[in-house]
Design a protein around this ligand. Sequence first.
Ligand code: NOJ
Length: 741
Amino acid sequence: MEQKQLENLLGELSLEEKAGQLVQLMGNFYETDVEAVLTGPGKNLGLTEENIRLAGSILGTYGAKTLKKIQKNYMEQHPHHIPLLFMMDVIHGMKTIFPMPLAQAATFEPEMTEKCAAAAAKEAAASGLHVTFSPMADLVRDARWGRVMESCGEDPYVVGKFTEAQVKGFQGEEPGAPGKVCACVKHFAGYGAPVAGREYNTVELSEHTFRDFYLKGYEAGIKAGAGMVMTSFNTLNGIPASVNKKLMRDILRGELGFDGVLISDFAAIQETIAHGYSENEEKAAQNALECGVDIDMMTGVYAGNLAELVRKGVISEELLDESVLRVLELKNRLGLFENPYKDASENEEAKLLLCESHRALAREAAAKSFVLLKNEGNALPIKPKKGQKVAFIGPYVDRKAIISSWAITGDTDPCVTIQEAAKEIFDASNTVYLEGCPILDHGYAAHAFRRDDEKEYTPEEEEALLREAVAAAKEAEIVILPLGEHFLQSGEAASRAMLDLPEVQMRLLRAVSEVNHNIVTVLFSGRPLDLREVSRYSAAVLEVWFPGTEGGHAIVDVLTGRTEPTGRLPISFPYSVGQVPISYNAYATGRPDDPNGTDKFKSRYLDIPNEPLYPFGYGLGYTKFEVSPVRLDCGQLTNAARLKAIVTLKNTGARTGTETLQLYLQDVSASVVRPVKELKGFKKVTLAPGEEQEVSFEICEEMLRFLRADGTVGSEPGKFRVWIAKGSTQGAPVEFLYQER
Ligand code: NOJ
């Protein structure tokens, strides 16, 4: 439709019809009898039949057949036959589930993520969806927060790269194109920094921390062209994000130039009342619309108040029109006025969902996301041999629930377990597969998840599992111990105060370690955990996150060396929970600690080291690499020319392998203090044994910019340090000068 026609259509709408475009309801409202909805969920939200008939978008329902039917019925009864928008959380896959986002960031391969998002978009589009509530661009430094699994970690550069890759993958050149969906960057802003890691909690960020770290990810997603943005639940410096003018008008629309559709998070406009900000629903509606929040997700706040607010003259019709037009423009951009069903097709669903090529991609992505944290005595890889006695013991040996709590469109049935994959390779008569212990401590599921569908074991059953496990471990040459968090221990509303494994699993690990020292722990988790004890008892530790549909295959691929583990940590694994929030790119103090010194008055803990157990950027492979000192092509950088930093990378091991070289910079002194180092680039390089290669990074003025003391963003001349290293704690820096020309 031409823009003019769209504007004419807007002009024809009544106030109620306009407000309707700004209301989003759950899809199940449209799957059942309207009477039942009105007396049930609709009544709870204070909705009328008209509100439901006029709502402009729905969330949480998918499937070509269902959505086509909903669209047809809806449009027939809509006074102007305006199509609905269908939105859903397709976070790391639709039916083919790829590794969780934090795991994808561990690949340090945004190109891989773009492919995964493109595959997810194809499946989602065939299922009738138009928009995915993804990517989540929230930066996270606190592993207690459950949604860390859905983030890309602690570094603004990595978060930015992976946010961009997801937007590109979902949308391609244009979200209206076949097989594409519109991306929604969320949660604007600062949702990843709740006080004490507790979900939905207050966020307090200084202007410097906000702009230099937290804002970057959203900015990258918007620059990549995301059609939508979602507000966050939290307050930011005292004002709920969803009604925060500085955030939404000044920064998002003004500075970042976002002109797409802004949607609230689920009931977030209404929650500004509970926050103690908006006095009532009428005020909440006014506050949010004035901030340019276009769609109210799943409450009656807009539906019940907007038209009346215009009639009373509290808000202008122009303000309402501004938001309605943005929604109509998105529908138009997706081509829905011409084809309201877009790509919805049962045939395509049958062809695409869980198709072989998507599964192959999921297997490759999962294997690339695993991080080898420890590998003493080259315990890994294991070459499966006839007659070799191997014991797979642990609650994740044959568990299908390996897709994360955010894979809400995915199913666990198609998932490949470790046992299923291992049986394809390991000697059947000498390999045992045992559960070893329950996944959770007694009573935990009922208490923590407020549901009790996890099987409970009697103490006798638990003892029997443990006895059997210890007996098998005694006999085995190698024990593979797949342990981990339950998938409901991370995700939304899954904050944890402790970063440990369930005690029942630790008991298994300790008991096995008493009879066998050759333990390879395969660790499933949605977050960094305190791994001190796990690491102490294991010869090797492989972090596999929530790996998705092809998890079992990918794990066996890496354990047996068919694939090398090339993942690197996109987030620090703290020494203990007492260190969080923690990130490598911290500011120095006036009294930096010297662990070998004798001075007590240093910035340090009395009981633990300052350093995380496994730092950002860290990860082992199956070969060894040496990195030469950094060389510069000249000693000085100017704003007119770039500087090249070069190292020679050599594979000194016995097999072909891949290293991830990371470029870090430090601004030595400035008008505000700068981090001890910041990642500015990375490159994955594959070399044959004995092979060496020069690897270079270009450094430019833009990389040196930050929020200066005078409130402007820019660089400052002076001394800088540069590292090119295998991780955030490795390598030695060289210095250069930056001068303006
Ligand atoms: C709440 C979550 O915070 C958000 O990320 C999600 O997109 C919506 N629910 C819709 O499911």
